[in-house]
Design a protein around this ligand. Structure first.
Ligand code: NAD
Ligand code: USQ
Length: 414
């Protein structure tokens, strides 16, 4: 492999830290750019990761001692163009992997300020990276973390980024329709459109990774307390499977939102880091945005709760499953079938969700159970307060598609 320089934006976070170490292990030159805002948000919202994580400088020093490899660090906000441009000029990356966004759907739904902040910071950060690439690194490859939630839950199969459409006797391959479920997920849709446009007009190259919900931990961050990754279980940032494992260990009911038939795409963090490396190693041609769906399996929320319940019970725990009123406005029963063949074709060897994986997550939760603050677990953020009373329960089933009455359609004439 030719030596490649990778700038990992958001490299102090859950996916970013694991990816930075994985790429470093594989021989890439790695730099991290992060403004540490996630640690600040945790502090200001009174939440904390299950696992104690040390400051980024100590993490990097520990990695250098252990592996003999250096990781450069830029403390900078991608939304600050000057700081970003200085880092890109100084480091001259071949690839920019962009994880550095506000990534919580509930956080973005707290109120107007959090929605505006999420979209402003996320969209501005990605736009700044695109302009910096145009002016300072036009040959670089942007690997951008998007989300499967951009697609929503359509009543047809989900393709990888694009769909062939036949309309009035003509065909085209067009971006797949997006129906995101939060202001956070919407920020990713806006990013995708901006990246696509920048590729078209400036000849940049980019890969948009529509990633499913991530769970678990990666190999490089295990075993050394100073390399430990974050593991969120709280009601704002905790993702569903990580939450269920912590809940099972502390005797908190597994918090299934509503009926639990919501189906989502999932991926083990070990596969996240592998997918990012595969994307770096397989850039598209200049002018092209390639889109990969980055997940390995799909589960309903209730299925996941039942899996955790079974494995936890086998360990002698006594978990219960509780259907809670859903704080979100989302379908709780729907069709869901998403494609994910591109990364498999590039060589991804998935770690599927085995009982052993859940056991390892329960081990982690048991090791740090003294750090669990029960008050952080509840999901307080309501998508639409009072929504159920106003009829949001219609969202349980997709609305039937009624074909238009062709007799009422006026033909369009030029
Ligand atoms: P995280 O919150 O753990 O990490 C994000 C990191 O980015 C943090 O270290 C934060 O300080 C940094 N950051 C945020 N805004 C920044 C800014 N303006 N400038 C510089 N740094 C900034 O999140 P994560 O779980 O690691 O997610 C990383 C990316 O992957 C996000 O873009 C997220 O949308 C995407 N993603 C995550 C998941 C998941 O389940 N965790 C699933 C799909 C997609
Ligand atoms: N859910 C529960 N109980 C819980 C927590 C969540 O039933 O205690 C349900 C939610 O209602 C939702 C599903 O589980 O239906 C997933 O919720 P989540 O919080 O695990 O994931 P989500 O909000 O979609 O966001 C996470 C990451 C985000 C990423 C996204 C990928 O925080 O950064 O983009 O997963 S995806 O879901 O594919 O869009």
């Amino acid at each position: 492999m030719a030596k490649k320089r990778v700038l990992v934006v958001g490299g102090d976070g859950y996916c970013g830290w694991a990816t930075a170490l994985h790429l470093s292990t594989l021989g890439y030159d790695v730099a991290i750019l992060d403004n540490l805002i996630r640690r600040h948000w945790d502090a200001t919202h009174g939440i904390d990761t299950l696992t104690p994580i040390v400051p980024i400088e100590r993490r990097i020093a520990a990695w250098q001692r252990k592996s003999g490899r250096t990781i450069e660090l830029f403390i900078a906000d991608v939304a600050d163009y000057g700081a970003l441009a200085r880092a890109i000029e100084a480091y001259a990356p071949d690839t920019i992997v962009h994880f550095g966004e506000q990534r919580s759907a509930p956080f973005s739904m707290i109120d107007r300020e959090h929605a505006v902040m999420t979209q402003t910071v996320n969209v501005t950060g990605t736009l700044n990276i695109l302009f910096a690439m145009r002016d300072l690194a036009p040959e670089a490859h942007l690997v951008k973390l998007g989300t499967m939630g951009e697609y929503g839950t359509p009543n047809i199969d989900i393709e990888e980024g694009y769909i062939e459409i036949q309309h009035n006797g003509r065909r085209d391959v067009l971006p797949y329709p997006k129906q995101p479920g939060s202001f956070y997920h919407l920020s990713k849709v806006h990013d995708s459109d901006n990246i696509s446009f920048a590729c078209r007009i400036w000849g940049l190259r980019a890969t948009d990774l529509n990633q499913g919900v991530v769970y678990g931990n990666s190999d490089e961050t295990a075993g050394d307390p100073e390399l430990l990754n974050r593991f969120d279980y709280d009601g704002l940032f905790g993702t569903v499977l990580n939450r269920f494992c912590v809940e099972a260990v502390v005797g908190y009911p597994l918090t299934v939102h509503g009926a639990g038939g919501q189906t989502r795409s999932f991926i083990d963090l070990r596969d996240t880091v592998a997918c990012v490396e595969l994307s770096i190693a397989n850039p598209p041609d200049p002018g092209r945005l390639q889109v990969f769906n980055q997940f390995t399996e799909q589960f309903s929320v209730l299925e996941l709760a039942e899996r955790v319940h079974r494995v936890a019970t086998r360990r002698g725990l006594t978990p219960t499953i509780e259907h809670r009123e859903n704080p979100r406005v989302e379908r709780e029963a729907h069709y869901y079938n998403a494609k994910n063949t591109s990364l498999l074709a590039l060589g991804l060897q998935p770690h599927l969700l085995e009982d052993a994986t859940i056991d390892a997550m329960l081990d982690l939760a048991e090791r740090y159970r003294d750090r669990v603050d029960l008050a952080q677990i509840a999901s307080h953020v309501q998508w639409a307060p009072g929504a159920r009373a106003r009829g949001a329960s219609n969202l349980h089933a997709p609305a039937p598609i009624v074909p238009p009455d062709s007799t009422n359609l006026t033909p369009l004439r030029r």
